[in-house]
Design a protein around this ligand. Structure first.
Ligand code: ATP
Ligand code: MG
Length: 142
C-alpha cells in the first residue's frame, strides 16, 4: 500500500480488504485520524483493522469518548463527535494517551479538534458517493 491512496469501494468486504492491508503497515506509536460524515464507515474501518489483530470487542466510543482494546496489540479508539470543548479531552487524559508509546491510536471525527493532533499521522477520509459506493482516501502526514 502506497500513500496517498484513494479507492472507491462498493461493499463492506472491499473496505475490509483495504483495512487489512492498512493494518499490516501501521505500527505501535502511530496515530490514525478518521474523518467523514455520519455513517460513512469510520467505526467499521477500525473494527476491520482490529479484527485483523484478533480484537473482536470493538464498538463505537461515541458516548464513552474513548475505548481501549488489547491483546498482543493495544488499541486506543477515540471518537471526538460528542466533545464540546477541548478541556473535556484533557480531562480524560488525552495527552497521556498521546505520550504512551506502546499503542496505536484511532480518532474518529479528528477534524473537530485538529488543534490537539500531532502533525505526524495517517489521515483517512471517508465519503459517501451514492447509495452503493464510498470513497476511502488515506494519506500520510509528517
Ligand atoms: N463499503 C462499506 N464500507 C463500510 N461500511 C459499510 C459499507 N457498506 C455499508 N456499510 C455500512 O455502513 C455503516 C457505517 O457505519 P459506521 O458506524 O462505521 O460509520 P461511522 O463513520 O463510524 O459513523 P459515526 O460518524 O456515526 O461514528 C455500517 O453499518 C456498515 O455496515
Ligand atoms: Mg463511528
Amino acid at each position: 500500500m502506497y500513500f496517498p491512496m484513494s479507492k472507491v469501494v462498493s461493499s463492506e468486504s472491499e473496505t475490509t480488504e483495504i483495512a487489512k492491508q492498512f493494518s499490516k503497515i501501521i505500527s505501535v506509536g502511530e496515530i490514525v485520524l478518521l474523518n467523514g460524515e455520519l455513517g460513512t464507515g469510520k467505526t467499521f474501518f477500525v473494527k476491520s483493522v482490529c479484527s485483523d489483530y484478533g480484537l473482536t470487542n470493538v464498538s463505537s466510543p461515541s458516548f464513552a469518548i474513548v475505548n481501549e482494546y488489547h491483546n498482543s496489540k493495544k488499541i486506543i479508539h477515540f471518537d471526538f463527535y460528542r466533545i464540546k470543548k477541548v478541556e473535556e479531552l484533557y480531562d480524560i487524559g488525552f495527552e497521556d494517551y498521546l505520550n504512551e508509546s506502546g499503542s496505536i491510536i484511532f480518532i474518529e471525527w479528528a477534524n473537530l479538534f485538529s488543534e490537539v493532533l500531532p502533525k505526524r499521522n495517517y489521515q483517512i477520509d471517508f465519503k459517501l458517493l451514492n447509495n452503493s459506493s464510498r470513497e476511502i482516501r488515506i494519506q500520510k502526514n509528517d
